[in-house]
Design a protein. Sequence first.
Length: 235
Amino acid sequence: MPRVIVGLGSNIDPEQNMARAVSLLAAQMTILDQTPLLRTAPRGFADQPDFINTAVLAETAQSLQDLRTTLHSIEDVLGRVRTANQNGPRTIDLDVLVYDDEIIDREVLEVDYLRSEAQTLMPGLFLGNSGEPEHLSPAAQRFKAVLDEVFAAIKDEPWYSRATNYSVVINDTQVPHDGHTITLATTTRGGYVPTVITYYVRNFHSITFDEVYRVTKHEFAHLWTLGEADAQAVE
């Protein structure tokens, strides 16, 4: 059954409408998880109240088109008024962000809070996904399956919590000659926020979960330590 991420937003009686929306969604699908409510500034039209946002991870038997129809109907039930200003105030806004583990809404790759919500609900979503289609060998695809398991396992670790807004890329063509089976390289965008973490893998066939977990923990723990130092420097 497809897993989906639905994004929710409201700036008209937001707490009430968000709670009602989640309840109506739960009647149509199986809710697995939900991100905390987050206040965000309006985008595209500034003269309006801030929005309250959240996202839910769910399983549904509906097709993508049917799911969109369902969300549209829930918006109508909650009094959504559609005007020429698509960025104006609204009782509820429901969007399919991810369907069957595939990013549907490209804003997930462009808007920080949407990316963070999706990453929280599906830790492995951005593995090998830096915004461009990936072309991995069968061996690299097997490695990605192990990596998915690792990221699911580290979701609640404290050393993972500061690593946000990143993409993970698997490189199976240009492996540095450093003698290691797996080499990690991080490219940062500024501060301590990592942009791209690249796994260079020498021998995909011999990789184990424990080995991938070990090197991943080492990299993210290092990033977390840098984050703590930078945060203290700002205070």
